[in-house]
Design a protein around this ligand. Structure first.
Ligand code: SF4
Length: 732
């Protein structure tokens, strides 16, 4: 569809959309989503928006039905105008989603109509962590928040800790402006996996500032190393679309995918060949492949990698590296030869499960692209476009810092879009002793339970925002206006920050999509027939963002030239001795819930897990040999014990699991997160060792060893797939 035609479809409505939100009728999710018979037939409208369920930043379009319905008011029947969101789809103009959306994006409707959304500001009325709160007014909430911040600012501003998601856009820019304005330190990223490892590795090898973009659709041979790019890594919709092109987008040319990963992930399942590396063996594998490329002189003569790269790979001992990776030398030689024979090979590397040596692993895999001449060319790895549109937004992206040290001495902690009490073991204890915790969560979640005040944000569909997608093929700023009026007495966090700033005597400018578009117009002078910034902003608003190829050098050009070096061979470090704790334990972000933030949505709870087909619960995955040795059958209850503690879960005997490696998807086991997630299943992160990758500060949530103990015959595993439900299947 042409952009201009699309403008016509959405253009009539995107300015206004605020008529008659259904307000008090939203007592449950179901009535607004299913029974159309209650709604008098109305006119449908589609409005551009942006998905905020993860940091990929997919552009969406939202179907809104305006209509009337009859409702009972006491003894009276009254007709009421409503505007109900019925459906979310991908925005066909958006270069990230391209009109597609993942299941979490679709379930964004339920985040709006969720029955457990907070209705207004709340003050703690019980012990920290209990989750007991009482309603207060916004005036009183803003006064209390401002007074706590003032007292910390007067004593020691460094004791204010703002924990946020690692996404760049209008929210991060407003937050940065607020913190700078009041004199507090910059925000800290507190997400489970903010791809800091991938960013650092791209900077170290390519000199790029941001996440590399892998041009899968123009490649003919993709080697994935540790990155589950069809599962939940970086931008699943974007990479799934590109993967589709690799496979079926070119007549007579089907690209191949070889995946080296320590788990049979969604990407590994879709690969032509899966190479089951040991947990933490990705570094050894990448080094071994590079060694074979150099040793067998397989490299194209035209490619001149930076000095030291060939030598670095040549110095690796192939036998040792192969042993450490858990693969055979022959398997490694085969991959290296296939890479060398491919016309457009590319190595996609990441840390879907972070280990203590993950940064080195991604650096080594990136360096393979240098050897192959796959950098900056079609079908290879291309520079990030993040930062092309507005460097100020990119710079406002929360960074890693010494989170635990800062929390340990904090006076005031602000929680914005993160749930560290769930994702980072040990955080809950620290939050419990912070004098004032403020949360902007729209739900009472595990971390908000430790808050003194909750100042609930609007749902995504009720608020305006523009975000820079985590990866995009071109410069992109994807924006959304409010699609419906707020259902409750919530308030946009940007506005709350401005309100608090005002109380502290500081004017905070709230960044909006309109201000972002106007700034693009002023800075970049985009080519087009717009007469002024206002008209340009209106067009961007109508199409849902601004995406363009900018004739400007990538941010790499402004960075100091990288001097990449091949890392040394090293093993990952694991907590727990192999005698007492014989199994590697790999928690991994789930397709349904990501880092756990999607667990409150019932559609996501209903979605069968891609590995086990489990619903309403996530099992621990064990290989058939180990299960037989322990006398475990599918569905039994087990206790998984690590040096940090233990959890109880059902066991899934996974025919594709690597012997000696237990994996468990992250998402369940919330203490507080609404009726659909609270008390449901177990959180594998609870028993993960608090170990961090040294240079990036990323939480190495795969760095734990465990043992497994048999409990009951019935573990409450609910599986969708008939084969997996067969009770004797894994006993034979
Ligand atoms: S990949 Fe992320 S941003 Fe895109 S639709 Fe899915 S949850 Fe939303």
């Amino acid at each position: 569809m042409e952009r201009r035609s699309f403008f016509k479809i959405v253009g009539t409505a995107s300015g206004g959309l605020l008529t008659g939100a259904c307000g008090k009728q939203a007592r449950q999710i179901i009535p607004l989503l299913v029974p159309e018979q209650e709604i008098v037939i109305g006119e449908e409208e589609w409005h551009p928006s942006v998905c905020r369920e993860c940091s990929a930043g997919c552009g969406t379009i939202v179907r809104v039905m305006r209509a009337e319905r009859e409702v009972k008011r006491g003894n009276d029947t009254v007709r009421e105008r409503i505007a109900a969101v019925k459906k979310i789809e991908g925005n066909p103009l958006d270069p990230v989603s391209g009109g597609a959306l993942c299941a979490r994006g679709q379930a964004g409707v339920q985040a709006l109509y969720h029955p457990d959304r907070l209705r207004g500001p709340m003050k703690r009325s019980g012990q920290k962590g209990d989750g007991a709160f009482e309603a207060i007014s916004w005036d009183s909430a803003i006064d209390s928040a401002a007074s706590a911040l003032k007292s910390a600012l007067d004593k020691d501003p460094s004791k204010i800790v703002y924990l946020a998601r690692p996404q760049a856009g209008t929210r991060s820019a407003t937050t940065a402006a607020f913190l700078k304005g009041v004199g507090a330190p910059a925000p800290i990223s507190a997400a489970l996996n903010d791809f800091e490892i991938e960013r650092k590795a791209a900077e170290a090898v390519f000199g790029w500032n941001g996440l590399p973009v892998y041009d899968l659709q123009d490649s003919d041979y993709v080697l994935g190393v540790g990155a589950d790019f069809l599962g939940g890594w970086v931008s699943p919709v974007f990479y799934a679309r590109r993967f589709g092109q690799l496979r079926q987008g070119r007549v007579g040319r089907r690209g191949r995918l070889i995946q080296a990963e320590s788990r049979l992930s969604l990407t590994a399942t879709s690969a032509d060949r899966w190479l089951p590396v040991r947990p933490g063996g990705e570094l050894a594998f990448a080094l071994a492949v590079g060694h074979v490329l150099v040793e067998e002189n397989l490299l194209p003569a035209s490619v001149k990698p930076p000095s030291g790269i060939r030598e670095g790979f040549a110095a690796v001992s192939l036998d040792t590296a192969a042993r450490m990776s858990g693969l055979q030398v022959a398997q490694i030689r085969q991959v290296a030869r296939e890479l060398a024979q491919a016309e457009a090979p590319v190595v996609v590397s990441g840390a879907s499960v972070v280990q203590t040596n993950s940064l080195d692993a991604v650096i080594a895999a990136n360096a393979l692209n240098l050897l192959l001449g796959s950098v900056g060319r079609k079908g290879g790895v291309i520079p990030p476009s993040a930062g092309l549109i507005d460097d100020a937004y990119e710079k406002s992206r929360p960074d890693r810092d010494d989170l635990f040290k800062r929390l340990d001495s904090a006076q005031v902690v602000l929680l914005d879009g993160v749930n560290p009490a769930y994702t980072l073991p040990g955080t809950a204890k620290l939050l419990a002793k912070v004098p004032t915790v403020l949360s902007f969560s729209p739900f009472l979640d595990d971390s908000a339970a430790y808050a003194d005040l909750i100042l609930p944000d609007h749902a995504g569909l009720e608020s305006a925002a523009a975000v820079i997608p985590s990866v995009a093929p071109e410069a992109a700023l994807t924006g959304a206006g409010p699609v419906v009026r707020p259902l409750y007495e919530t308030r946009a966090t940007e506005q709350v920050l401005a309100d608090i700033g005002k109380k502290l005597g500081k004017e905070v400018t709230v960044e909006t999509p309109q201000s972002a578009y106007q700034s693009i117009f002023a800075q970049l002078k985009p080519a087009g027939d717009w007469t002024d910034a206002g008209e340009f902003a209106q067009d961007c608003q109508r199409q849902g963002g601004w995406w363009t190829k900018i004739d400007r050098k990538a941010p790499a050009a402004s960075k100091s030239v990288a001097k990449p070096a091949v890392p040394q061979l090293s093993d990952a470090v694991f907590q727990g001795g192999a005698g007492e704790f014989p199994y590697y334990f790999q928690p991994y972000p789930s397709v349904q819930f990501g880092d756990g933030s999607g667990a409150h949505l019932p559609w996501m709870q209903e979605l069968p897990d891609p590995a086990s087909s489990a619903m309403w619960g996530l099992p621990v995955e064990i290989d058939p040999q180990s299960a037989a040795k322990l006398g475990l059958a599918n569905g039994q209850a087990v206790r998984v014990v690590s040096p940090q503690g233990s959890i109880e879960a059902a066991v899934y005997v996974h025919p594709g699991a690597i012997p000696g490696v237990l994996s468990m998807a992250i998402g369940q086991g919330h203490k507080h997160y609404g009726r659909f997630a609270s008390g449901q299943g177990a959180n594998p992160l609870e028993i993960a060792a608090p170990v961090f990758e040294a240079q990036s500060g990323a939480f190495a949530f795969g760095a734990t060893r465990v043992r497994i103990e048999k409990l009951r015959a019935e573990g409450g595993l609910v599986q969708f797939s008939m084969a997996d439900r067969e009770p004797d299947l894994h006993r034979r």
